[in-house]
Design a protein. Sequence first.
Length: 141
Amino acid sequence: MDLTPLATLSDDHVDQLVALYQGEWWCKGRERPDVETMLRHSDFVFAYGDADGRLAAFARVLTDRVFKALVFDVIVRPDCRGTGIGRRMLADIQGHPALARVRHLELYCRPELRAFYGAQGFADAEGVVLMRRTPGGPSGA
């Protein structure tokens, strides 16, 4: 499958991204206005299209460009999985000139994806626990 980087996301690509999100438990229910805001405020967007120009894969990065860069929303269209696009996308992220020298490139994932990300050079962050606060939720639990 021939996949090429997309320099920008068209309106159709944003619609396709929203549709991709609806197929995954971790991002189901995301709505287009929120996705548009997310895209405007992400430091880097990595997106790839297929030969027909349809969105095939996507990830985004938030970073201070020195100490931390956090990869979010790694998603590959179901029919493009197993083609190597996930590996390529992570390699492109790691090799991006603004990210290549960042001290810690981080992401979080489900346990069943540890092997995949491990093969891309990621390892468990010793002594780190993911914590989350949801607006309106308990602040100390």
